[in-house]
Design a binder for this molecule. Structure first.
Ligand code: ADP
Ligand code: MG
Length: 310
């Protein structure tokens, strides 16, 4: 059986660093990062617990990918460029096969974004995976939640509801294009480039982790504004469209999480600067709350995304 130290050496230590900001990685009491002058350090952490955030039979490589992806997604939502991450692993036992696949999924995505794994902690207990991710953003340019203004246009990247459909499929819903939706659920791609491109354009931004209604709701609440989104404008993939047609469940893509697309607001005068692959889905309004305009009717959206302790 591997000791804690040879486990780290075997599966997590990298011989070279891919990010210029890493001065010292795994192996000392702390890692060292250099932060260029004129930049702020953006820091976030996310934990995934077995049976809460993932199923016991989850593919370890996809789990490693997703654990890192959800953290990079938070940096993307801040408009920050990821530089480094730490990894706290609590494992019930040392399963080398599981660790090999998990670290490969994790480190492959890390390499893709030139992010270094610079440290962590390894303990025994119920399977719990925690990442802390660090990124840099020019002083004053971070994309916050509390700064949306009345009249701003609301946009999102990508498509809405594919991951939610993937979860439905995992739970037994039959669909002919199952693989695409399942991939979106298991292996989301953090919208890092989109976040960076929105510096100086977006007035507020969030990543859609708990569902559009819930996450846009955070922007609205923290900014002290309301919004109306338009059904006709929502970007649905063909498989989500056919799910809605078959089931009549129009709410699913609005309240399901795990899409990890960005939802952001843009002042009217900067709308022409928004990248082409984003879709305007609504407008910020003075009237508090979130409304949906669908077939000429306006309904209030109060459905909640996933909340712990509720
Ligand atoms: P300490 O006792 O000083 O906390 P540890 O023995 O926990 O140090 O860890 C030794 C080194 O390995 C440290 O640099 C730590 O950051 C790193 N490390 C521990 N666990 C992990 C892990 N799961 N992934 C990456 N690095 C880790
Ligand atoms: Mg330690």
């Amino acid at each position: 059986m591997l000791s804690e130290f040879s486990l780290i050496d075997t599966f997590f230590r990298q011989d070279t660093h891919s990010n210029a900001h890493t001065q010292l990685g795994i192996g000392d009491d702390c890692a060292l990062l250099s932060i260029p002058s004129g930049y702020e350090l953006a820091v976030t952490t996310d934990t995934m617990v077995e049976n809460i955030h993932f199923f016991t039979d989850a593919d370890p490589a996809q789990l490693g990918h997703k654990l890192l992806a959800v953290n990079l997604s938070d940096l993307a939502a801040m408009g920050a460029k990821p530089i480094a991450v730490t990894l706290a692993l609590t494992l019930p036992r040392v399963d080398e096969n599981w660790l090999r696949q998990f670290s490969s999924g994790f480190l492959t995505l890390a390499k893709q974004f030139s992010v270094d794994l610079i440290g962590g902690d390894t303990t025994q207990g119920a399977l719990t995976l925690t990442v802390q991710a660090m990124g840099i953003v020019p002083n004053g340019h971070a994309l916050k939640r509390a700064t949306a203004h009345i009249g701003d246009a609301i946009f999102m990247t990508g498509k809405l509801g594919d991951a939610g459909l993937g979860l439905k499929i995992k739970q037994g819903y039959m669909h002919k294009d199952a693989q695409e939706a399942l991939n979106r659920f298991h292996a989301p791609l953090p919208q890092v480039d989109a976040g960076l491109a929105l510096q100086g354009i977006a007035s507020a931004c969030i990543d859609i982790s708990d569902g559009l209604v819930s996450d846009l709701g955070h922007i609205l609440k923290q900014s002290g504004v309301g919004a109306c989104i338009e059904w006709e404008k929502l970007p649905f993939s063909s498989c989500v469209k056919s799910y809605i047609e078959q089931t009549g469940d129009a709410l699913m893509p609005l309240i399901s999480g795990d899409d990890y697309e960005l939802c952001f607001t843009v002042p009217e005068k900067l709308v022409h600067c928004v990248p082409d692959n984003c879709t305007q889905i609504g407008t910020i309004e003075a009237q508090l709350g979130l409304r949906l305009l669908k077939a000429g009717h306006i309904d209030t959206l109060t459905a909640k995304g996933y909340e712990h302790f509720s």
